[in-house]
Structures are given as structure tokens and as C-alpha cells.
Design a protein around this ligand. Structure first.
Ligand code: UT7
Length: 322
């Protein structure tokens, strides 16, 4: 079977920045409370009319450029997103059209904040089995569109953005291992109660937004991220000491710190963009990856552990040599 490796990364953030001081004007909160409980200082918010496909396109163009790959050479596009431009068609098909590459498979994956890890796992399996040669894998969300700006328990956390990687067939790993999981019992801890086949009509008058039981999500997230890291490392004969960079879903600084502590992983080896991005759902991991690649922290040959966790619950890990 083939191997697959990341040959380029890219990301994009909308121009508008929403600070904690701005949020103080919108809900009963303080900038200090937000920083202390979440680590978030600012997040980016898509402009009116700016869509998930717009963000995906910018991130993808940066990733293609970094990889030195022409869009016409991409034969698979997978986007992890919960906030598509349309009910259908998928964002991936629209992105394919904009980039000018035709004919290969293109589809969206809905695993909320684990969306990028799910998409990367699937692309990896396509390449492993000769179903594709070169994939564009994107995590993109305009999550602020499904936020209730009167709910101080959620509106302080989320932001918009997109990250992308080009994954290519290779002789050597690349991706060492990848695992995906889900447990639907936890639906109501983090969800949007209405959907296309349930309550969609009512949403015209009464929009449906994210609802979250934050402290319960918090506990499961820390436990799961820790267990999953230990599992995938042990399965591959590695330990935490072998990981050069840990890139977990950027949910909350306290979740990241607690996970690193339980793993015995020094925080200096964890990529943490929570302060400047907030929680960008499926975009958070590829955004953090791209930041650390471009600022020179992540070098070729480094061992990376990516971990997603999100609504469902869904979770997944990808272990790779960059
Ligand atoms: O991708 C996964 C997505 N979700 C997450 O990662 C969420 C994980 N959870 C969290 O990040 C945290 O649970 C939050 C940041 C959402 C909340 O922090 P917490 O330390 O778990 O606070 P809490 O929910 O236990 O609330 C403590 C208090 C409550 O007041 P009372 O009941 O003690 O009087 C809240 O009403 O803090 C209050 N509170 C706030 N106060 C000021 C909640 N939100 C705010 C706020 N400003 N924005």
C-alpha cells in the first residue's frame, strides 16, 4: 500500500477581529473572565456575505502554493465543515470549481470540531489504496453564523477561519497512523437542535444556534484527548517523548494545558493558537499547523500528533512525520 505525506499547508482568517473588550459590550462578561477561563483574547469573524467556501479557497490557494502543486493536479477534495454555504451542493464541489480542477471526487465531511482529522484520515485511506494521488484536505468553518450572540457561555469561544493541506502519495510515511471515533450518546452536550430534517421550517422565524453544556464538554474533552494520544502512540511503539509537536483541537487553553499536563508533555511542544483564533471548529487544527510551519517551529521530519474533538461526540488522531 502507498504512503501519504503533507507537502504543503495554508490557512486564512477573515479580516475582522472581535476582541474580548468588544464582547464586553455585547454580553455580561469581562475581558479578564474570558482570558482566565478560556485563554481566548481575540477571534476573527467572517464579513457579511463571506462564506466557508471563500475562506476555504484562500487557505487552499496558500497550501497549493506552499506545495508547489497546480490545482489541476488535485484529484480529491475533502472539506471538514459544519457550516456549509448551502444545504447542497457541498462546499468541496464549489471549491473544486473555483480552483479549476474537475472530475476528481469532492465532498464535505461533518464531524464538527473533528472535521479536519476525519477529512485527513479519509484522504489518507484514498491515497493508501490508489483511490487518489494528490488530495486537498480542508478544515473550514464560519461557526459565528450559528452562535447566539446573547449566550455568554458560547459566544466568547468561537471564531471563523480555514486551514488546508495538500496530501500526496509518497514512498515513505508521512502519515504513520490515524484513528477515528464517535459516541452519539453525547449529542445534547454540544449541538444545534434544529436541522434540515428536523425543525428546519421553524428556523426561518426562530434561528437555531449552538447550545453547549460547557463544563461537561470540558471534562470529556480532556479525558478523551489524553486517552487517545496514549492509545495511538502505544499502538505505534512510541511515547510522548517522541512527539515533537502536539496539535490538539484549539478549544480552550485550559483544556489544552490540562491535556498536556496529564500526558506529561511540556507545553512548549504544544501548538497553541487559542489566544488569537478562539475555537474555529474544523479549521482549528490546520490553522495551528500552518501557523507553526510558517513561523519555523515545525520542521521537515518532525513527528506531529494531531487530535480533534467535537460535537457528537466525535474524536480522532493522526500521527505523522511532517
Ligand atoms: O470543540 C469543543 C467545544 N467546546 C468546548 O471546548 C467547551 C469547553 N468548555 C469550556 O470552554 C468552559 O466550560 C467554558 C469556558 C464554556 C465555561 O467555563 P467554566 O469554567 O466551565 O464555567 P462554568 O460553565 O462552570 O460557569 C461558571 C460561572 C457560571 O456562573 P455561576 O452559575 O457560577 O453563577 C456561569 O454563568 O461562570 C458564568 N459564566 C460567565 N461569566 C462571565 C459563563 N460564561 C460567562 C462569561 N462571562 N462569558
Amino acid at each position: 500500500m502507498n504512503h501519504a505525506r503533507i507537502v504543503g499547508t495554508g490557512s486564512y482568517l477573515p479580516e475582522k477581529v472581535l476582541t474580548n473588550v468588544d464582547l464586553e459590550q455585547m454580553v455580561e462578561t469581562t475581558a479578564d473572565w474570558i482570558v482566565e477561563r478560556t485563554g481566548v483574547e481575540e477571534r476573527h469573524v467572517a464579513a457579511p456575505g463571506e462564506t466557508t467556501c471563500d475562506l476555504s479557497e484562500q487557505a487552499s490557494r496558500h497550501a497549493l502554493e506552499a506545495a508547489g502543486v497546480e490545482a489541476r493536479d488535485i484529484d480529491l477534495i475533502i472539506i471538514g465543515t459544519t457550516t456549509p454555504d448551502h444545504v447542497f451542493p457541498s462546499v468541496a464541489t464549489q471549491l473544486q470549481h473555483r480552483l479549476g480542477c474537475r472530475g476528481g471526487a469532492a465532498f464535505d465531511v461533518q464531524a464538527v470540531c473533528s472535521g479536519f482529522v476525519y477529512a485527513l484520515d479519509i484522504a489518507y485511506r484514498f491515497i493508501r489504496t490508489d483511490g487518489a494521488q494528490r488530495a486537498l484536505v480542508v478544515g473550514a468553518d464560519t461557526f459565528t453564523r450559528i452562535i447566539n450572540w446573547q449566550d455568554r457561555g458560547t459566544c466568547i469561544l468561537f471564531g471563523d477561519g480555514a486551514g488546508a493541506v495538500v496530501l500526496e502519495k509518497a514512498d515513505q510515511p508521512g502519515i504513520i497512523d490515524s484513528q477515528l471515533h464517535a459516541d452519539g450518546r453525547y449529542k445534547e452536550l454540544l449541538w444545534v437542535p434544529a436541522g434540515v430534517s428536523s425543525g428546519y421550517e421553524q428556523t426561518r422565524e426562530n434561528a437555531a444556534f449552538v447550545e453547549m453544556r460547557g463544563s461537561e464538554v470540558f471534562k470529556v474533552a480532556v479525558h478523551t484527548l489524553k486517552e487517545m494520544a496514549e492509545q495511538i502512540l502505544a499502538a505505534n511503539g512510541l511515547t510522548v517523548a517522541d512527539v515533537d509537536w502536539f496539535i490538539p483541537h484549539q478549544a480552550n487553553r485550559r483544556i489544552l494545558s490540562a491535556t498536556a499536563k496529564r500526558l506529561g508533555l511540556p507545553e512548549e511542544r504544544m501548538v497553541d493558537c487559542v489566544r488569537i483564533h478562539g475555537n474555529t471548529s474544523a479549521a482549528s487544527i490546520p490553522l495551528a499547523l500552518d501557523v507553526a510551519v510558517r513561523d519555523g517551529r515545525i520542521q521537515r521530519g518532525d513527528t506531529l500528533l494531531l487530535e480533534g474533538f467535537g460535537g457528537g461526540f466525535t474524536w480522532g488522531a493522526v500521527l505523522l512525520k511532517y
